[in-house]
Write a new protein. Structure first.
Length: 106
């Protein structure tokens, strides 16, 4: 059959598409345990470039005064480019950094 065109059944295609779309929405609504774990780990972190006074006080050994010092350092010097730069803030040393390094992110 030269020049013949065979068309797919549009109703069948529509049903397959709708089934696929439904499957996708179920997947999005029910995240896997690994996705939930990653989200929880990220939520437990303190982003030193965005954290406010209250969030910074969640760090070990940080009160209002030290949290304010971190914010002032950010305002003066710009955002931290590396976590280690946090040691440049007055009152923050190696001991503090070691206690908090696992929960700090940029």
């Amino acid at each position: 059959m030269v020049g013949s065109v065979v068309y797919a059944n549009p109703a069948s295609y529509d049903q397959q598409y709708l089934k696929w779309k439904e499957d996708q929405s179920v997947y999005v609504k029910q995240p896997t345990q690994s996705v939930i774990k990653v989200v929880n780990q990220v939520q437990d972190k303190v982003a030193i470039n965005q954290a406010d006074l209250k969030k910074l006080q969640q760090l070990h050994g940080v009160g209002e005064k030290k949290a304010q010092a971190i914010i002032e350092y950010r305002k003066t010097h710009g955002p931290f480019k590396q976590l280690i730069e946090l040691k440049n803030v007055s009152g923050i040393g190696e001991k503090f950094f070691e206690k908090n390094k696992d929960i700090l992110v940029l």
